[in-house]
Design a protein around this ligand. Sequence first.
Ligand code: MN
Length: 399
Amino acid sequence: MKNIKQIQFEFAFYIYLLKKKNKNVIIWTNYERGENMISSIKELRAHLERNMLKSSKIFIIGHNSPDFDAIGSCLGLSVLAMEYGKECYIIINDEDSKIEPGVKKIIDINREKYHIINKNQFLSKVDSNSLLIVADTNKQEMISVGDCLDLFKKVIVIDHHSEGPTSIQTEDKYISEEASSACEIVSRVLNGNRVRYNPEIANYLLAGISLDTKRFKQNTTSHTHDVAEKLINNGADIDYVNRLFLEEFESFCRISNLIINGTIIKKYSESLLDPIQVSFTLNRNHPCEVYLKEDYAKAADRMMKFSGIDAAFTIGFIEPGIVHISARSGKRVNVGAILSEMNGGGTHQTAGGRIKTNDIFKVEKELMKKVPIGLSEDENIAEEPQVIKVKQINKMRKD
Ligand SMILES: [Mn+2]
């Protein structure tokens, strides 16, 4: 019987012979977790070409809460699919409020042109000869169609993160941990195939690389710089890319200001060890300030990250005369039940509401009174909820 070393040697020798004869071979190497991998960009290009041409429809997806690298690599892959004349869709299933502003801008601009769809729309389009390409992640739980992988004839993964126990099981993986980003890999595929792409796509690919290398300060190789040069030659505008990042910074400042300048935390139960704590955020310095609806949702999400907060409400104007409430909670407070009493509603953990008024403080007061509606009867509810934390309320309300 042959041992494994002999088999490996013979295998390598046959590959060598085939390559010498100039045959286009795909090498399947045995990965440490026993899965097959595509081992070079050249093979990836051939592999993508063959599988894209064979498929009836191509679906492309990045990780949930896509960043610049995820959206940039998805758009780059769409360009390739369109080059082959294929029906192609990008699946993005996140709520708008969960997507960073710079990324959301890219999605909004390209929704029509690159057929960006959600999971429900995908379910109505997928057929038995569909291809899925996953970019910028290899983990099943990180993609919104992770529970529908059986619907695809083939799944190809293109990523630069290490694999783990929840990695997608497929024989078609190109994972290069040396690559700075998924956008770097996709750019190399496009450049190698001499696919023509417009300056906008070059911008998005450069933004992805720029994000994952912390602006070319980390994880770069000669490939990264080579690809960046080619993207710039193809019309990428560094100024535009910088402005995309600035948009995220501005949104971060807006939300942080809202939280820092206007959060009260109240204790709603008498339990000493594990009291129910609810935060109320509104701009107490400039109560009439108008924010985006997404800003309130993000502020509430951010408050929930602090341990000890069981529910978070953010309150503010979305236009003059209309006050919006965004609410998030863990297990102990039913914010949907509370907000259904305030012209809104939602689920146990996520809810919202809007009220026509100019008196935002009255809305807050009313909301504070309604919190016990969302608490379980077993809780020892305090009669007068105690304020345990007030953040930097510099100026008091004038009227
Ligand atoms: Mn990435």
